[in-house]
Design a protein around this ligand. Structure first.
Ligand code: ADP
Ligand code: MG
Length: 622
């Protein structure tokens, strides 16, 4: 048989390489900005149109390229940054693979303008799909400008795969943040569709962090400084009370390169041990400086993962440095768990007039009642001791009142499950104390257990409550009927311009849930009204969660902002696991759940309850 192996033509090889290097417009932003930094620029401008789908342009005032270099820079494996394999182990530049420009030019229309300081005239080069269209001499300022248009023009599958502008812009902003944070000594500007998203001068690190994350960040920052033989650490961690529900403010830079490291992240988390509430993440902005010889950056084309020679030592030093800083700045005593736990206080509505439950429940069922351990008097005593229970929680109450009326007149799909009626099976528990015992009980402060005619029902309290709240919010948003409660003092929240943009996009829907905004500008939002039932203390958490939901996992198909908003708010406000509920609250939860349109699943499609048939239980006794 004849030989069949051939070398791929360059433009095909470049397209394949592009698949690794360029996933989305944000990848182009990263590569171009890194090139500008490697060119020693002190000012870098990023110009974006339509979330990078139409244009990504980076303009720098760096050293520029000669006529020949301009042409060569688009060849694959063409780089000025390393000469020999040894150089890989002492990198001081961002780039070194010589792939980025070749890859980008293979899948887009690229225009390069560049001039060196020593030259009078510069070069303009146009390349489309690896094909040089023109190269001319031109008047252009010192430095380099690269514009990338029509990304993926020749790979429709990739183009179609791009997410909504909001999501793509979010990725771009993330890259921009990473690069801008790693280089406070460089001035950056960022424009999207003509509007100015960021404009930061050369400044110190603290100022850079504050510029990017908002003025409010300043008071959250605790400096971390440590210098040992193997590692220098400098930067900031966030005070524990400002920890976030999202991981959006976690930044490690190793030798000024943003990296992801679950291992080092763990070191920091463990330094916060005992200071963070479950599900909250510390903020950090840390620069690690290590000997370039001790790391390997070349393990991934996008270079966000690196290998350290001695991870264990770094872990230990990092952990103790962060711990030390938190201790030194007297962070621990400021924490007030008592107060924080109030956020989660569930509804208490014993003072309200009771309404008929939608579903009759077996009131005499109580598997533990024979030894009295679950009697109502015990329950009362323990609830008085618990910090959760004694806290006032009017807000939850009102939220539930709304649901209740809904529960009464809406038709439940839950017809296949029948609850046992009150009147039966008094034979086992005939003693009078049983009258007052609960029909449901809570397991591990996580599940609500109740009886069914055919067996047992176990409800996940958090998911169930999410379902209930979700349907309620969705209803309000759809029929636009929500009432809001006016705040005594307007609430001012600070966000980055891109975060504000997300809120702005959702403003109308948010107003339908009951939010009232009096001001929405670049990085400040003023709220004068919130949905009835939402405690003021929860507002920033809700919005933060919402922003992160929009940023992170907006599915583009069936994307509906009202749905997302309802889901996000339900997630923020649903009672958590670990929350004890009294019997009235438990029953109410059961009833409200089964008054929902889709009681079986949480808003994120996970089961809200399971049932266990008597048959199954019987089998276990065999
Ligand atoms: P790498 O950065 O890995 O070397 P690239 O494909 O990103 O590979 O760039 C190729 C070469 O083009 C670089 O090594 C550099 O010499 C030159 N270059 C790219 N961008 C710029 C820029 N903004 N200013 C000056 N030179 C640049
Ligand atoms: Mg590069």
């Amino acid at each position: 048989m004849s030989d069949i192996i051939q070398l791929l033509p360059d433009h095909v090889a470049n397209q394949i390489a592009a698949g690794e290097v360029v996933q989305r417009p944000a990848s182009v932003v990263k590569e171009l900005m890194e090139n500008a930094i490697d060119a020693n620029a002190t000012e870098i401008k990023l110009i974006i149109k339509d979330a990078g789908k139409t244009l990504v342009q980076v303009i720098d005032n760096g050293k520029g390229m000669s006529v020949t270099d301009a042409r060569l820079s688009f060849e694959r494996h063409a780089t000025s940054k390393i000469r020999a394999a040894e150089d890989l182990f002492q990198l001081s530049t961002k780039g070194f693979r010589g792939e980025a420009l070749a890859s980008i030019a293979a899948i887009a229309h690229v225009e390069l303008k560049t001039k060196q300081d020593t030259d009078d005239l510069g070069t303009v080069l146009v390349i489309e799909g690896s094909e040089v269209k023109s190269q001319e001499v031109s008047v252009t300022p010192t430095g380099t400008s690269v514009s990338v248009k029509h990304l993926f023009f020749n790979i429709p599958a990739r183009r179609n795969f791009l997410k909504s502008d909001t999501v793509e812009l979010r990725h771009i902003t993330d890259e921009f943040h990473r690069v801008a944070l790693a280089h406070p000594n460089i001035a950056f500007a960022f424009y999207h569709n003509g509007s100015d998203l960021f404009n930061v001068p050369q400044e110190n690190y603290r100022q850079r962090v504050v510029h990017i994350f908002g003025t409010k960040t300043n008071e959250k920052l605790v400096p971390v400084e440590e210098e040992t033989e193997v590692l220098k650490i400098s930067g900031f961690v966030g005070k524990p009370e400002f920890s976030k529900k999202t991981k959006s403010e976690q930044y490690f830079f190793v030798n000024q390169r943003f990296i992801k490291s679950p291992y080092l992240n763990h070191a920091i988390k463990s330094a916060y041990e005992g200071l963070l509430k479950d599900g909250y993440h510390p903020s950090y902005f840390l620069n690690l400086t290590v000997d370039p010889k001790s790391i390997d950056i070349n393990i991934h084309p996008t270079k966000t993962e690196i290998k350290f020679d001695d991870e264990h030592t770094l872990y230990a030093i990092l952990r103790s440095a962060v711990k030390h800083s938190l201790g030194q700045f007297n962070i621990a005593p400021v924490l007030d768990f008592e107060q924080q736990s109030n956020f989660n206080t569930p509804y208490e509505y014993k003072d309200k007039s009771a309404s008929t439950p939608a579903i009759e429940v077996d009131r005499s069922f109580n598997p533990f009642a024979d030894d009295g351990s679950f009697s109502s008097s015990n329950q009362k005593r323990s609830s008085q001791n618990s910090g959760f229970k004694s806290a006032p929680s009017a807000s939850w109450e009102s939220m539930y009142v709304g649901l209740e009326s809904k529960g009464n007149n809406s038709q439940s799909d839950f017809s296949q499950v029948t609850f046992e009626s009150d009147t039966k099976n008094e034979s086992i528990f005939s003693d009078s104390s049983i009258e007052t015992t609960k029909t449901t009980f809570q397991l591990q402060q996580k599940y609500i257990v109740s009886t069914l005619k055919s067996g047992m029902l176990i409800i996940d309290q958090n998911r169930a409550h999410q379902r209930i709240l979700y349907e309620n919010f969705l209803k309000h948003i759809t029929i636009q009927e929500a009432t809001s409660q006016q705040l005594l003092f307007p609430l001012q929240l600070h966000y980055t311009p891109s975060e504000t943009k997300i809120i702005e996009d959702l403003k109308t829907n948010l107003e339908h849930t009951g939010f009232v905004f009096s001001e929405l500008n670049n990085n400040e939002i003023t709220i004068t009204g919130v949905p009835v039932g939402v405690p003021e203390s929860e507002v920033s958490i809700i919005l933060e969660q919402l922003i992160s939901d929009v940023e992170n996992d907006v599915p583009d198909t069936n994307f509906s902002t009202s749905d997302l908003l309802a889901k996000s708010m339900a997630k923020s406000l649903a009672i958590k696991n670990g929350q004890s509920l009294n019997s009235t609250e438990q029953e109410h939860m059961v009833n409200s759940l089964f008054a929902c349109k889709e009681p079986n699943v949480s808003p994120t499609n996970r089961p809200t309850f399971i049932t266990m048939a008597v048959d199954d239980i019987e089998k276990k006794f065999m």
